[in-house]
Design a protein around this ligand. Structure first.
Ligand code: FCB
Length: 445
């Protein structure tokens, strides 16, 4: 049963899972008819990605998915969230589908179901077909229609076996970093491109929700949002904080779930909107997907396209191996806030710890800091539930170390270490820790 922006009855067990994304793990970038995405292009531009890394091979999951499912079985997860590469199934983004690409996801989904693991499919984790970018990509309003056609293809092909669908992963983040800061593909620093992208992604979300609802019987639908408290670096940066909060936390969930833009963005979005757009964007969904790692810190920067920039956490704050602030209390507070603001069941679709670890002399990875982080965050999650937040699942980012966007392969978030030259997968100490957590949580019912 679906209740528009209301409560969905709790019918199942708490879901434990792991998450990945197509471009970060699949590799096989030029194989079986896959078309190029904006990330293939971006990686080839000078100084965009650390070390000149690309997703050409990544974890070679395209060929090694069966081995990765064995790892998931060993972990004991009930669910696996992955994304479909739009250019693998529609090499130019629209028009003729690529049967070989579609068949890959058939194999993956069938193998997951055989292993007793539920597939959670995200339609868009940032790999826009380059051919669509050549037509303006998300800055073109037509992109919403192209996305809806792609969603129709996916719903018809996999909707008999997949019921959990997310439209977008972190839509506020890929628009802000891709069109505002220029750190992610397509690498623009253009305020009006950013505002257009935000609105068109919102339209694409609403259109895709309608398509999935129409074509997938028993569908359970949502989107996956990053949501983190933004803190001003100094009291003088308060205006920057308000503005970043509107872009970072509000620009997608508010119109998609409440039917209005954050007031700080209203005036700027207004000229792009057409009559009826907010009703097209705000469609009934079943859950709120949350990605949360850390609070973020902001400073005003009159020289930047948006008037602000991100900055380091204060020196007294504990940090992960990639410099992100560790603040489990902020996670618990965010869960409670989201519960009250959007009144939807919450699935934590990403949480994890990045570092630059290497195996020790015995070839083991004793990632105690990751274990400490995950223990603190899962305990904060339990606190949030005690405080009344309706949280129904938790997915670790990520199963494997993988291509971490502009940080390349240096930043590692996996429960499993990737030895890239040999493609050997080595479970870290955190892998056994998470397996135990799931086992004891499931024993307690
Ligand atoms: C999130 C992304 C995911 C991964 C993690 C570390 O913002 O959704 O792809 O890069 O951060």
């Amino acid at each position: 049963m679906t209740v528009s922006n209301g409560r969905r009855p709790d019918t199942g067990q708490f879901v434990w899972g792991v998450s990945t994304a197509s471009y970060q793990i699949e590799g096989a970038a030029g194989e079986d008819g896959r078309g190029p995405s904006i990330w293939d292009t971006f990686c080839r531009q000078k100084d965009r990605v650390a070390n000149g890394d690309t997703g050409d091979v990544a974890c070679d999951h395209y060929h090694r998915y069966a081995e990765d499912i064995v790892l998931m079985r060993d972990l004991g997860v009930q669910a696996y969230r992955f994304s479909i590469a739009w250019p693998r199934v529609l090499p130019t983004g629209r028009g003729a589908a690529n049967e070989l690409g579609l068949a890959f996801y058939d194999r993956l989904i069938d193998a997951l179901l055989t292993a007793g693991i539920e597939p959670w499919v995200c339609l868009y984790h940032w790999d826009l077909p380059q051919a669509l970018a050549d037509r303006g990509g998300w800055t073109n309003r037509d992109c919403a229609g192209w996305f809806a056609d792609y969603a129709t293809l996916i719903a018809r092909r996999y909707g008999d076996r997949v019921k959990q669908f997310a439209t977008f992963n972190e839509p506020t983040l890929f628009t802000l970093l891709g069109y505002g800061f220029g750190w992610h593909a397509p690498g623009l620093t253009d305020r009006s491109a950013l505002l257009g992208a935000i609105h068109h992604v919102n339209l694409a979300h609403g259109a895709a929700i309608d398509v999935l609802r129409a074509h997938v019987s028993g569908a359970s639908l949502g989107a996956i949002y990053n949501y983190q408290p933004c803190f001003a670096a100094t009291p003088a940066d308060e205006a920057a904080r308000e503005r970043l909060t509107a872009f970072w936390d509000g620009a997608m969930p508010d119109p998609q779930l409440l039917g209005h833009y954050p007031s700080a963005l209203d005036a700027e979005i207004e000229p792009i909107q057409q009559a009826g757009d907010l009703a097209r964007i705000c469609r009934p969904v079943d859950w709120f997907g949350l990605n949360h790692y850390s609070p973020i810190y902001v400073q005003s920067d009159p020289g930047s396209a948006l008037g602000f920039r991100l900055t380091d956490p204060p020196p007294d704050k504990k940090r992960t191996g990639v410099g992100w602030a560790i603040d489990p209390q902020a996670f618990a507070d965010t869960l409670v806030l989201l519960d009250q603001r959007y009144r939807l069941p919450i699935f934590v679709m990403e949480n994890g710890f990045g570092s630059r670890e290497q195996p020790d002399a015995d070839g083991r990875i004793n990632d105690q800091s990751r274990i400490d982080y995950l223990a603190a965050y899962t305990s904060a999650l339990r606190d949030a539930i005690k405080r009344g937040a309706d949280v129904r699942g938790y997915f670790v980012w990520s199963l494997l170390d993988n291509f971490e966007w502009n940080s390349g392969y240096g930043a590692r978030f996996g429960l499993v270490y990737m030895d890239y030259p040999t493609q050997r997968r080595i479970p870290k100490a955190s892998f056994a820790w998470y397996a135990n957590l799931i086992k004891s949580a499931r024993m307690q019912g």
